[in-house]
Ligand binder design. Structure first.
Ligand code: AMP
Length: 195
């Protein structure tokens, strides 16, 4: 049973690695960004509330994000393990996740921190803007998202490091190589496919 988080700046490759790790470990990859985008696309009440924040590169308020995650983690497929991609992103969300897990008598196994230098991030995000056409991949919004990550989310690494949970992984290079680095780091922590 593996419960892991993927933390890293926009463009670090979280979504790509999340999909591969989800397959490797047989656990659902839960991306709050994907859930928000789905809701925006379908113009649900949640999507209507979230859209303005997302378009500006700001975080959706914790109250909305936390209740979405609490609900999603209660689904059957997440009971045996999960990978959270892009959550938690604020200290308040860390506390909420702690409370969700302790209510269920569970704990986190590992926090994978994906790193990449800012030049590479901007290059990847600009490329993604061409390929996927995401509304929040314009230069101004990209800059804002990187700032928001630095001020609100980067500090979470220290919180989890103090708990001995962080595996820092270099996110540069070929996708398969990055996956191999993550799997190796998780193996070293005794987290194998069958664990
Ligand atoms: P992502 O695809 O993870 O980069 O997320 C895209 C956007 O969705 C972010 O820029 C935020 O506006 C919103 N979002 C995703 N996850 C969260 C979260 N955990 N807390 C607040 N906002 C989020």
């Amino acid at each position: 049973m593996t419960r892991l988080l993927l933390i890293g700046p926009p463009g670090a490759g979280k979504g790509t690695q999340a999909a591969l790790l989800s397959q490797h470990f047989g656990i659902p990859a839960i991306s709050t960004g994907d859930i928000f985008r789905y809701n925006v696309k379908n113009q649900t009440p949640l999507g209507v509330e979230a859209k303005g924040f997302m378009d500006r590169g700001e975080y959706v308020p914790d109250s909305l994000t936390n209740s979405l995650v609490r609900d999603r983690l209660s689904h059957d497929d997440a009971l045996g393990g999960f990978l959270l991609d892009g959550y938690p992103r604020t200290i308040d969300q860390v506390h909420e996740l702690d409370s969700i897990l302790s209510d269920a008598g569970k704990r986190l196994d590992v926090v994978v921190q994906l790193t990449a230098d800012s030049e590479e991030l901007v290059r990847r995000l600009a490329h993604r803007a061409e390929v996927e056409g995401r509304a929040d991949d314009t230069p101004d919004v990209i800059r804002r998202r990187l700032e928001v990550y630095e001020s609100q989310t980067a500090p979470l690494i220290d919180v989890y490091a103090a708990r001995g949970l962080v595996a820092m992984i270099d996110g540069l290079g070929e996708i398969a190589d990055v996956t191999a680095r993550i799997v190796e780091a998780l193996d070293a922590r005794g987290l194998t496919k069958d664990a």
